[in-house]
Design a protein around this ligand. Sequence first.
Ligand SMILES: CC(C)(COP(=O)(O)OP(=O)(O)OC[C@H]1O[C@@H](n2cnc3c(N)ncnc32)[C@H](O)[C@@H]1OP(=O)(O)O)[C@@H](O)C(=O)NCCC(=O)NCCS
Length: 177
Amino acid sequence: MTEIRTPRLLLRRWTDDDLVPLSEINADPDVMRWTGDGSALDLEETADAIERWEEEWDDEGFGLFAVELLASGELIGAVGLSAADDLPETRHQVQISWRLGRPFWGQGYASEAAQAALEFALQDRGLDRVVAVNRVGNEESANVIRKLGMASDGETSDPETGARVTLHSIDLTEYEA
Ligand SMILES: CC(C)(COP(=O)(O)OP(=O)(O)OC[C@H]1O[C@@H](n2cnc3c(N)ncnc32)[C@H](O)[C@@H]1OP(=O)(O)O)[C@@H](O)C(=O)NCCC(=O)NCCS
C-alpha cells in the first residue's frame, strides 16, 4: 500500500469513504473551471474517476493520491500522477496534477502534496521525467508548477477542448540539482 506522510498531509490510495467528499469537491464549478470542458462532476462521474485512478495504480504503479489532512483525517483533494496521453507532445509521459477543495486553497497544501508526489515519481517509482500541463490563465496552478522547479517547454493547444496550455517538465538530474 503506497502511503506518503508530509508534515501536514497523508497521501494514500482511494477508499469507498472518499466518494462523497470528493464528489463535493468535484461539484464546485470554481474547482473544475480549468479541467476538461470546465463542467462540474456528479457523484457517478466522481466514482468513475476514482475507479480509473485506482486502475492506473494497479496497472502502472502510480496514480492520483487521495490527500487527507493528518490533523483531522478530512479528504482535501487529489494530487499525483497520471499518463499524459491527451496531448501529442506529452504522449507516453507521466504528468503531475492537483485538485483541492476550495476551503483548502491558499494554505500551501497543494505544493506540499505535489512536492511529495514528485519525489515519489522520480526517486521511489524511478521515472526519469515528469511533465505538467497547465491551462493558460490558471495562475494558482502555474504557481505550484513554478515552486516545483519545473522548466517551461512552451505552449500548445489541447486538441480535445481547443484550450491553450503551457507545457512544463522536470527530470531527475534537474530535480537533484
Ligand atoms: C491549483 C490549486 C491546487 C492550487 O492550490 P493553492 O492552495 O493555491 O496552492 P499552494 O499549495 O501552492 O498554496 C498557495 C499559497 O498558500 C499560502 N500558504 C499559507 N500557508 C502556507 C504554508 N504553511 N506553507 C506554504 N504556503 C502557505 C502561500 O501564500 C502560497 O502562495 P505562494 O506560493 O505565493 O507563497 C488550487 O487552486 C485548485 O485546486 N484549483 C482547482 C483545480 C485546478 O485548477 N487544478 C489544476 C488543473 S488540473
